[in-house]
Design a protein around this ligand. Structure first.
Ligand code: C5P
Length: 428
């Protein structure tokens, strides 16, 4: 029989006892696939469902997949057997609640133990992962955000929902992350925890899938900006750019792997931050990115500004969709956006390091040096659109790093992850 080599993350799930909590969201249909994916990685899964979850997926499907009766009620109706949430809390190596509705998140945050899933959560001794799924406005509501913040403060891992088509037929952030990605995130988090526990153990072979052993950034706090910004013209249109966020996310992963606590302010991107030391804050516009960056920067040791921030935004937002006017041209007046890099450059203390990026098409070095000085940066990473394989969207990049003291270093074309390693090694 052919057996592929297990990666570090997969080894992490082998033999793990997992309580899979399922709640009443349309995304519950994905729980069957998630359950199977966990079992395929060698995990033992016990499903706990809320009563509402049973409206979306039948317990029979899940008990057949897990080969265990599904737990949902406090008692079995016919013989009065008590289901012990305390036992489940002790049995599990981890709990994963996917999908987690706004209602369940609210109950978890506030200890409202009116169903078996919440009592199990409150009894849980093991790490808890939460994969929210809901409509975009429910997710954005301050109440939900406040509850998620509370769960983070309790030490739970929040698996950020993805952006895309929602069951409400709206587009936005709120889709439960895809099951395979959830499995990757859970495995990676366990690998990091495992590696931290055995950090000085020589028996741990280096494996790219297991956490990095270089912890030179331990106790450091690093701010990252990544991706594009969208500047709204009317309810359905925006000005944006082709930035994918890949370079910024690769830098965030690299800093986190080396032990840093990372705050990643991300514009609209289709990427997932995997490492548990990354605190992700999603924003849409340059102004939102500016407010978050200015708020977090004073607590940071360094900031790497990788985002392709729009330089301008429409001077007037049209509350209704702009209508086509046949034969007439349309002029959208633009006003400047705040320059985040320049603002942080002004705020910077001599204990902080500030790194910017310059994506240039002509007079690359002159322009990059001018930005370095004007924005009061310590380093600027130059990528030229004239270099094949460099810049937006792709998986590779070719950069030069220019320091404020005038020195510079040019690197060959590499994957964005390798470029991130080079940048972090050089500047931090
Ligand atoms: O757009 P520009 O070429 O000036 O960008 C250079 C650097 O400044 C980049 O690091 C970018 O992230 C940052 N920047 C910013 N806020 C802006 C514009 C650019 O932080 N409004």
């Amino acid at each position: 029989m052919h057996r592929s080599r297990l990666t570090g993350k997969e080894v992490m799930l082998k033999g793990k006892k997992i309580v899979l909590g399922i709640t009443g969201s349309i995304a519950a249909y994905k729980a069957a696939y998630l359950c199977r994916a966990l079992i395929k990685k060698g995990a033992e899964v016990q499903v706990v469902m809320t009563p509402a979850a049973k409206e979306f997926i039948t317990p029979v499907t899940l008990s057949a997949l897990t080969q265990k009766p599904v737990v949902s009620e406090f008692f079995t109706a016919n013989d009065g057997t008590w289901h012990s949430h305390v036992d489940l809390g002790l049995w599990a190596d981890l709990m994963l609640i996917a999908p987690a509705t706004a209602a369940t998140i609210g109950k978890m945050a506030n200890g409202i133990a009116d169903n078996m899933l919440i009592t199990t959560y409150l009894s849980m001794k093991a790490p808890v992962f939460v994969a929210p799924a809901m409509d975009l406005d429910m997710l954005a509501h301050p109440s939900t955000q406040h509850n998620l913040e509370k769960l983070r403060a309790y030490g739970n891992h929040i698996i950020e929902p993805a952006t895309g088509h929602l069951a409400s037929n709206l587009e936005g952030k709120g889709r439960m992350e895809e099951p395979d990605t959830i499995v990757t995130i859970v495995g990676a988090t366990l690998a990091v925890a495992h590696n931290d526990n055995v950090a000085h153990n020589d028996h741990v072979a280096h494996d790219d899938n297991v956490a990095h052993n270089d912890k030179t950034l331990a106790k450091k706090k690093i701010l990252l900006t990544a991706g594009p910004t969208y500047e709204k013209i009317d309810p359905v249109r925006f000005i944006g750019n082709f930035s994918s966020g890949k370079m910024g996310f690769a830098l965030a992963e690299t800093c986190a792997e080396r032990g840093a606590e990372v705050v990643l302010i991300a514009g609209p991107v289709h990427l997932q931050a995997i490492h548990p030391n990354i605190r992700r804050i999603d924003v849409t516009s340059a102004e939102e990115m500016y407010h978050e960056a200015v708020k977090y920067f004073p607590k940071m040791d360094a900031a790497i500004l990788c985002a392709a921030v729009a330089d301008y935004q429409p001077a007037h937002y049209a509350a209704g969709k702009l209508k086509r006017q046949p034969g007439k041209s349309l002029t959208v007046e633009l006003k400047p956006n705040p320059d985040i890099a320049a603002a942080l450059g002004q705020m910077k203390t001599n204990k902080q390091t500030l790194i910017g990026f310059a994506l240039e098409t002509d007079k690359e070095w002159t322009n990059a040096r001018e930005k370095l000085t004007r924005k009061n940066l310590d380093f600027i990473v130059l990528n030229s659109l004239n270099d094949e394989g460099a810049g937006f969207q792709g998986d590779t990049n070719k950069v030069s790093i220019i320091a404020a003291n005038g020195t510079s270093e040019t690197f060959p074309l590499k994957s964005k992850k390798e470029v991130a390693e080079d940048i972090v090694t050089r500047v931090l």
